[in-house]
Design a protein around this ligand. Structure first.
Ligand SMILES: [Zn+2]
Ligand SMILES: [Zn+2]
Ligand SMILES: [Zn+2]
Ligand SMILES: [Zn+2]
Length: 318
């Protein structure tokens, strides 16, 4: 292993940060839900709904980290690493559903704004803002919010919650001073738009991974050049690059070499290729070495067909 292959951003830090955030958010979510009912504020209730989704997503993210540490076995040869991606997909879909629900609720309130206890609403939303700032600060300091999809999702939640609390504060002030009843549903629609946005992005990114799409941090053209730059490699075909989970990209391909290359020589070649690929964010490499006599289609991308009926016939002529 080379010198610069550090991959230490530890899961234990993420776990601790997630757990603390989970406790704070769940605690305040209960306060806000009760406050929303008592003050009759949709803005507070939608914020509480958002925080519920935060609490659930933080809980799922926590579970995902615990599951991802379970080792691979005969039944699941990748282990449980993909659970993290499944959890992220579920988080994203939950957010979309919550946003649509708030939109639906708000329509009725625009047409007929109910009486809202604006002082109580102001107090609770101010505490909410303080709680969200605290959690965002804890996450920004302690966790890997840039590369880890789940941590990023959880972090985005908290950030948009923060903006949602500001919206609720502004709405409470408008009702308090000007008696503008529509400010409450307007603030809740604003929160819902933020929820919808992060839900859409999270769902899209995780579905891309579930579709075995090319990782965002990998450029296929550069990968092909990296492999084909070695003189020993005459051709490259059946290339696959996909993400198993955040921070774990995999590649498989076939390379054609001269038939006089020894196994020892090809192993030295593979070591070099593997190392180059590690520098291009590919952590798991499988390369099949072939000579020209191996009859495969010459397409860079996959030409494998689904085996619907048993289509490849053995040519035994008896
Ligand atoms: Zn290196
Ligand atoms: Zn492996
Ligand atoms: Zn091949
Ligand atoms: Zn293939």
């Amino acid at each position: 292993m080379g010198e610069h292959h550090h991959h230490h951003h530890s899961h234990s830090t993420n776990k601790k940060v997630l757990f603390i955030s989970f406790l704070i958010i769940t605690g305040f979510m209960i306060v806000e839900a009760i406050g929303g009912v008592l003050t009759n504020s949709l803005a507070l209730l939608s914020d509480a709904g958002h925080m519920l989704s935060d609490a659930v997503s933080l809980g799922i993210a926590l579970m995902a980290i615990i599951f991802a540490q379970k080792v691979a076995n005969a039944s699941k040869t990748f282990g449980y690493k993909r659970i993290e991606i499944l959890a992220a997909t579920l988080n994203g879909l939950t957010l979309i559903v919550i946003a649509l629900f708030i939109f639906y609720e708000a329509i009725g309130r625009f047409m007929n704004p109910p009486e809202v206890a604006s002082t109580g609403m102001l107090i609770i939303s101010s505490i909410g803002l303080a709680v969200n700032i605290l959690v965002a600060w804890i996450m920004m300091r302690g966790a890997d919010t840039k590369d880890n999809l789940n941590m990023r999702g959880a972090y985005l939640h908290v950030i948009s919650d923060m903006i949602g609390s500001i919206g609720a504060i502004v709405a409470a002030l408008l009702i308090l001073f000007f008696d503008w009843g529509w400010a409450d549903p307007l603030a809740s629609v604003f929160v819902a738009a933020l929820v919808l946005r992060s839900g859409y992005h999270l769902t899209k990114a995780s579905l891309h991974i579930l579709m075995e799409g090319t990782p965002q941090d990998v450029t296929v053209e550069e990968i092909i050049q990296t492999i084909e730059k070695y003189d020993e490699i005459k051709a490259l075909h059946d290339l696959h690059i996909w993400t198993i989970t955040s921070g774990l990209n995999a590649l498989s391909c076939h390379v054609v070499v001269n038939d006089d290359l020894t196994i020892k020589e090809s192993e030295q070649l593979l070591d070099k290729v593997e190392h180059d690929l590690l520098h291009q964010n590919i952590q798991h490499v499988t390369i099949q070495v072939e000579t020209n006599t191996h009859q495969h289609e010459r397409s860079v991308y996959c030409t494998a067909k689904q085996d619907i009926s048993h289509q490849h016939h053995h040519h035994h002529h008896h």
